[in-house]
Write a new protein. Sequence first.
Length: 289
Amino acid sequence: MSRLVVLCVQRTALVLLLCCAGVVWASASATSSVVIRQSNITDIVNEDYYFYRVLELALNKTDAQWGAVQIKQLPYRPEDKRLRSALMQASVDVLWSPTSADFERQMLPVRISLLKELNNYRLLLIRKNEQPAFSAVRSIDDLRKLRGGMGAQWTDASIMEYNRLPLVKAVGYGKLFKMLAAKRFDYFSRGVYQIQSEVNFYPELELQIEQELMLSYPNEVYFFVNKNNIDLAKRLETGLKIAQRDGSFDQLFNSIPRYQWGMELLKKHQRRVITLQPLPIKPPAINKQ
């Protein structure tokens, strides 16, 4: 008997269905064809492309042990909090997201960094002709004189607030670029792997990549599954490790031009780095009798 496994993506319009032969991921039946309802998943410049492919890679590497799978995309997207809630309720089985202490208490992380070190470093997207204001920034105290923008439900927003950086929050990824252009805030912190394609995607907004600064804080991106879905976590971990050993993980990673750009930028290391403190790990709640 087959069961339906729902796979969703944080911060994107992508929701996936994974059809697995066997309830405990042990059957090895034939794979049905992959169904993609939104063509942007095949576009290498789309952020979803890489995460979908690395998920596909991990699953394909484990066909012999756990059985073949089918991935199907649906044309809707839950908001981030609803997505995590759905995963915890076992109606959603996999998502990928930057990690946090709260997420790792609520969900089961597959502790292999999908972006290597790229998501630990952030560049700033700013309005054109406003570089001088950022050239004057020499410390985190200087940065606190400016306002950042961030998605209201993103882990990065909590980190920036914990570091007492003024922040304007909004729900809606695309909205933030327009808010920056409209001077609702001064900068939009983006991953090194994201910013190059983003600045080119909105030419009419007259935005640019800030030239001198870089933010740094631990921010690994993991696959997450339900706490009780240990078999799926093992499958993904096993598949990713196989891909790392045989070189196919690096081959996929290096095929993404903006990732190559980001790694080259990190190697040059010519920017002033402002290190932010990660969120503290909260002790577990004590149930009072």
